[in-house]
Design a protein around this ligand. Structure first.
Ligand code: GLA
Length: 726
């Protein structure tokens, strides 16, 4: 519901209110938080009765109480009196860089706005979704900013995007155009970010917000292993279960900037958008520029409720395509089983055994093309390596299908090896700057996806691979950060556009392949989890979470990832022990119990397992098929988080509330074990629940007395399924 009265807009979801108002032609944030029925008026928002010395008086020269320098601005610009971090800045024909937006009008309409060429959360018919468009103008530069707000009432989320228009006669350069900026009238925040590196992605870090700026960013051309385009602001005493929490996420797969600036007046500015570093977007008269979408949610019940709000929205209204709603196949991938050392026979042997225990899809990873036997060549030459596959990919795919399984393939379509036919034919198709030696990463170069002939080439590769229907799954990888980011086309003016135009080119290809081949399941990947973001999730419903497949490490990685993203999005594989990344040995049961909550797969040669482990795998797969609907479409309660505890406990409740799954992981055995009780959440207090042994416990008992943890051995895990019986 969106209303406009007395110069105040109220964007109300079922549980939240987002309130913005016009004060002397400026757009101000009045409030964001728990749903309010009465909106505040301007006098309550601006209770100032003294001069704001040393802030310049751009509101009214005769009234020194007010300055945009210490008001709660909604889309701040650079160059005039608000000298905090701006959301927008541009350089004009005369070299000046001042923009000052004034309110100029609004529109409210049903449904969700579109962002051409960019992934976004969408509405389906029957959803209570409406859009507010607010128009801001700078009279001197003739720049218009249209602020779009999508109000998802039943999902309790607000989406935002900005369209910048050049209504003047001269071109100008956008230097910075963030997707969201909000000024909160408070300073008592902590900030959570998801940080890491290869094989240890997205570990939550919590720090107090102090005066000044704190931000996270990517300059790698991709989202990165290091920082994720998500952060949360929390009331200081908020935790997993209690307190106020705001979450911010950018639906984008390239360079981002996200952070806060706390000023000296207890105002905290939160912002997120494209990273302005190396971004300069020339806008010709009549042209417009769209920012990516930002999503914001508010929780009055801790981090857990914020996560559940993101999860539901992303599962149901960000992911798209037929696999959004159906169970995805259990797969086996040969990467950790063989690396580059495979042939048709080895792959068939892995597949046959896997089929016998219920695996449904055989995925052939890196090394099937050109003459690739290691990390050094052939990327771009997507033709079968006949030494390994004498019958080609098609021949192998047909043999796999004859076993009663589906066949999937790994590809890294954005890359080219210096040693490849593609590079020899088109040496200027990679990102590079003339006169500078391009830096290699994993011995490879990045194709210039700002060029149409390059994106057309990639589309034609997919047409060749996918049109005969033998391949029903694609693992789309991207294994390096970008350096020397320049394009051979477009001249000097185009160079400031390359990073973002690359992402637009990527989305164009992803849109094409997913729309042309709707029956193919796509999984995103980037050296594990370097592109785990909402942009990828819009096209591909699952993403390889991390190259670290160790069960213990994965508990932390999946926990951090679940702060924003749902388990249904996480590729999770059982691998061999000792683990290839950390050399740790964990029981097969624990490895399965960790992977079963995500998109279950196996990444080992099952022929090498003993009978007992094989039986365990068979059971895992049977359980997964029976329970995946609850893991993937239910609600997650993190009853005990692994950081700071000696166990992790997750509870999933099915959509119909009739099935509850409690996953318990003991991280380390403790001699003479202490007691720990964990209370379940979200159950029906008056109902009774039965476990697999037939024992019946009441909702009241489970939510108040809880379950007992026993720290009697390392890496002990348990999956308990409770069914509502009454
Ligand atoms: C990346 C992926 C791995 C595997 C290799 C193949 O590192 O994350 O899963 O596909 O590439 O080279």
């Amino acid at each position: 519901m969106i209303s406009f009265e007395n110069n105040v807009f109220h964007l109300a979801t079922d549980d939240t209110s987002y309130i913005i108002g016009i004060f002397s032609d400026r757009l101000l944030n009045f409030y964001y938080g728990k749903r309010m029925n009465k909106v505040p008026d301007i006098e309550s928002v601006l209770p100032v009765d003294h001069s704001r010395t040393f802030s310049c008086n751009d509101i009214n020269i005769d009234d020194r109480r007010y300055s945009t320098d210490n008001l709660t601005m909604e889309y701040p610009t650079f160059g005039s009196a608000d000298l905090r971090s701006p959301a927008f800045s541009a350089t004009y024909k005369d070299g000046s860089a001042v923009t000052s937006f004034k309110y100029s009008g609004y529109e409210i309409f049903d449904g969700k706005y579109d962002i051409p060429g960019l992934p976004a959360v969408y509405a389906e018919s029957g959803d209570r979704v409406s859009t507010l468009k607010i128009i801001l103008k700078d009279d001197v530069s003739k720049v218009t900013a249209e602020l779009y707000y999508g109000v998802f009432e039943d999902y309790n989320a607000i989406t935002r995007s900005v369209r910048i228009k050049n209504d003047g006669k001269d071109a100008f350069d956008i230097d910075k155009a963030l997707s969201l900026s909000i000024d909160f009238r408070r300073a008592d925040f902590d900030m959570i970010t998801l940080n890491g590196a290869w094989a240890r992605e997205r570990l939550p870090e919590r720090l107090p917000v102090r005066i000044g700026t704190q931000h996270i960013e990517s300059m790698r051309g991709i989202t990165s292993h290091h920082e994720n385009p998500f952060f949360a602001l929390l009331q200081r005493n908020a935790d997993e279960f209690c307190g106020e929490v705001y979450g911010f996420n950018l639906i984008y797969s390239g360079n981002f900037l996200a952070g806060v600036q706390r000023d000296s007046y207890n105002i905290t500015r939160a912002y997120i958008g494209i990273n302005p570093q190396s971004f300069k977007w020339r806008l010709e008269p009549g042209e417009c520029f769209n920012t990516p979408e930002a999503v914001t949610v508010y929780s009055d019940c801790g981090i857990g409720k914020m996560s559940r709000t993101f999860h539901k929205l992303y599962r149901q209204r960000l992911c798209s395509g037929k696999y959004r709603d159906i169970r995805r196949p259990v797969l086996i991938n040969n990467w950790e089983a063989t690396y580059f050392d495979f042939n048709e026979e080895k792959i068939l042997n892995i597949a046959k055994t896997a089929k016998n225990v219920g695996v449904e899809l055989m995925v052939l990873d890196d090394g099937w093309f050109g003459t690739r036997n290691g990390e050094s060549g052939s990327l771009g030459d997507w033709v079968p390596f006949t030494d390994k596959l004498p019958n080609g990919v098609k021949g192998l795919a047909q043999k796999i299908k004859a076993l009663g399984m589906n066949f999937g393939l790994w590809i890294e379509p954005e890359m080219v090896s210096p040693d490849s036919d593609l590079n020899r034919a088109h040496p200027d198709w990679c990102l590079h700057i003339d006169g500078r030696k391009p830096t290699l990463g994993r011995n490879q170069l990045v194709l210039d996806l700002t060029r149409k002939e390059v994106t057309d080439y990639i589309k034609s590769v997919f047409d060749r691979l996918l049109s005969d229907g033998d391949i029903s799954y694609i693992k789309w990888d991207m294994n390096r950060s970008m350096t020397e980011v320049g394009s051979a086309i477009g001249g000097a003016i185009a160079q400031g556009k390359v990073y973002h135009a690359y992402v637009l080119g990527l989305y164009d290809v992803m849109e094409y392949v997913t729309k042309t081949y709707p029956d193919v399941l796509f999984e995103g990947c980037s050296g594990g989890g370097a592109r785990f973001d909402g942009g990828i999730l819009h096209y591909f419903p699952q993403i390889w979470t991390s190259d670290d497949t160790d069960a213990l490490e994965r508990i932390y990685i999946q926990y951090g990832t679940s702060i924003c993203y749902p388990y249904s999005a996480m590729g999770a594989h059982v691998s061999a022990v000792p683990n290839h990344q950390v050399y740790r040995t964990t029981p097969m049961k624990m490895r399965g119990d960790v992977s079963i909550c995500g998109q279950l797969g196996y990444e080992l040669d099952l022929n090498k397992l003993n009978v007992e482990d094989m039986e365990c795998v068979r059971r895992q797969i049977t359980d997964y098929k029976a329970l995946s609907d609850v893991f993937h479409n239910g609600e997650l309660y993190r009853l005990m988080v692994p950081i700071g505890n000696n166990a992790a406990v997750n509870e999933f409740i099915s959509d119909d509330k009739n099935t509850v799954i409690v996953c318990t992981y003991i991280l380390k055995g403790v001699p003479n074990s202490p007691y720990d009780f964990v209370k379940l959440q979200g159950l029906d207090n008056d109902a009774e629940y039965m476990d697999e042994s037939g024992k019946i416990l009441s909702g009241e008992y489970l939510m108040n007395f809880g379950i007992t943890l026993k720290y009697n051995a390392d890496y002990k895990s348990d999956i308990t399924v409770l069914k509502k019986v009454k």
